[in-house]
Design a protein around this ligand. Structure first.
Ligand SMILES: [Zn+2]
Length: 232
């Protein structure tokens, strides 16, 4: 049973962190909560973010181009997603995962692209380069119909309420990706001098393109982590 926004009672209990209620409700749905801990619905993210790789431009470029890398496309902060067949899963929507070749012609315009991390099945095994990577990419400059045409049967999913019907694993990935897309959208210009800024370090840093700007002289470099807080 769902309400008018598509949420079950368990969705609501978990979202608002009502522990006792959720414990009662989730007895038969524990398999859909992989880490077994109650938490904010959007806080689970099982990706290894590999933050140490963000400054490695060669690694990042090769990861973008790797054949097993996938991209979550956003258009005006709505994510490309598909409806899940009811018999396959209790989540109702799933993020579309695009290949580089699907979006290659749009990448030439250098859209905001954020490295979300890699899928690491076993955290006890050291990473190689082979783990599948996941990026978010802002295709707002591309026509809506064209973006929708990138995945059969896809829709552009707004943040509310449909994102609350993703699987818990995808909800966490979606939340990070969408907040990063919003950050890039709002900080296209340097807050110090107003010149255009560009994305660096896997999408976690924006740098002023005016080399005379104070922010490029070690006085006011602004990282995503600082502005990030203002979006939660
Ligand atoms: Zn500046």
């Amino acid at each position: 049973m769902i309400n008018s926004t598509g949420q079950t009672a368990l969705d609501i209990a978990v979202f608002w962190n009502h522990r006792d209620v959720a414990n009662l409700l989730q007895t038969d749905s524990a398999e859909h909560n992989p880490d077994s801990n109650l938490r904010n619905f959007f806080s689970l993210n099982l990706l290894n973010r590999c933050s140490d790789k963000r400054k490695d431009k060669t690694w990042m470029r090769n990861k973008v181009l790797a054949s097993n890398t996938r991209f979550i496309a956003f258009h005006n902060l709505s994510a490309l997603a598909v409806k899940v067949a009811e018999k396959q899963s209790n989540s109702r929507y799933m993020l579309s995962k695009l290949e580089y070749r699907d979006i290659e012609i749009y990448m030439a315009a250098d859209p905001a692209t954020v490295f979300l991390g890699v899928v690491q099945e076993d955290r006890s095994v050291p990473l190689t380069f082979e783990e599948p990577g996941l990026f978010a990419v802002d295709l707002s400059a591309v026509g809506e119909a064209t973006v929708l045409g990138l995945a059969p049967g896809a829709m552009l999913m707004p943040g509310y309420p449909l994102a609350m019907q993703l699987s818990p694993e995808e909800a966490g990935i979606y939340a990070e990706a969408r907040s990063m897309m919003a950050w890039h959208d709002r900080y296209q210009f340097c807050p110090t001098c107003g010149s255009p800024s560009r994305s660096e370090e896997g999408g976690y840093k924006r740098v002023c393109q005016n080399m005379d700007c104070r922010s490029n002289n070690g006085t006011a470099v602004y990282l995503h982590e600082i502005a990030f807080l203002s979006h939660f």
